[in-house]
Design a protein around this ligand. Sequence first.
Ligand code: HGY
Ligand code: MN
Ligand code: MN
Length: 402
Amino acid sequence: MWQDLKPIGRNPESGGYRRYAWTGADAECRAWFEAQARSRGLTYELDRNGNQWAWLGDPAQGNAVVTGSHLDSVPDGGPFDGPLGVVSAFAALDELRRRGAEFTRPLAIVNFGDEEGARFGLACVGSRLTAGQLTPEQAHRLRDADGITLPQAMERAGHDPEAIGPDPDRLARIGAFVELHVEQGRALDLSGDRIGIASAIWPHGRWRFDFRGEANHAGTTRLVDRRDPMLSYAETVLAARREAELAGAVATFGKISVEPNGVNAIPSLVRGWLDSRAADQATLDTVVEGIEKAAREYGDRHGIELDVVRESFTPVVEFEHALRDEMARILGEGRDTDIRVPVLGTGAGHDAGILSGSIPTAMLFVRNPTGVSHSPAEYASEDDCLAGVTALADVLEGLACK
Ligand code: HGY
Ligand code: MN
Ligand code: MN
């Protein structure tokens, strides 16, 4: 499976992946998913929001156990964030069949569309639409950097944008969703464990800061006469770091666009996107308010207009304790006593977090020795990935089989 996925959307210069929603690379990933489903005799389904499902058993029976993740990527993302959960899901099913497991509940493998939001700016579009956390009207207003709207992109990829919307009937058939994911930190490396169970996801969001000044000649405009929004932006980036450090949170400006974007022109507009996350809502609010305040104060002194728009927000997620405990019990059973499965919090967002408001969800993490993610350097060893498959197979067997 990894060999098939390896070339799809790979940027040869960086070695990272550019698998953005509703692009050619995304279509290739989707074709791969469908082929994997059909080759295993699973019933393939594409839902109204562009999420792909592969069913074993009759979904109408209800109380299904679902596993999977996403196949799209951030710009120059690593190979594991997303695909590890989908590949492991198919591999775990193969393992269960090898064990001769008898299923008492329907099982599905899912590929959620547009988890990273790399193209349209909003993460987890497929699961948010399904859960009713994003309305079709809001989704229809999303645009990529070239001005292409989400409906236009969907249409070009052969998906009906008028069909999108909440899917409560689909969610009502699911009794549990378990997402396996590469860890995006070093907690497992530091504790010396291959596998962990997620406890919670930090509240997180994305804010767009538009700094407007005045375009002018870089050679002839005296410094005192300038209204340069790049300075306000730079000051705001430093403020973000200070506020995050003070609060024990994180704040990142990782994307910027500049107009007119000329080497010898003072910019008229600098647009920067802030991603900020903290352990609790109050801390996150304090951090973002502090950053905005610093941006306004600096801008006021230098004639810069500022607009701040919150583009997305995900509240804190505490994964369901009953499912978490059940997984810990299953993974503890019949194993060497020195195999521990720690329970970890994370600052990364996931479809499992979005769906946790509607259905019981849980996550398994696979050790990442450097903790690097959203980068071509993201890594997990083959042994750890195989331990992840075994753990996922054990969990699915414990939940869905006799
Ligand atoms: O950005 C995130 O946390 C996620 O990987 N989409
Ligand atoms: Mn990611
Ligand atoms: Mn992911």
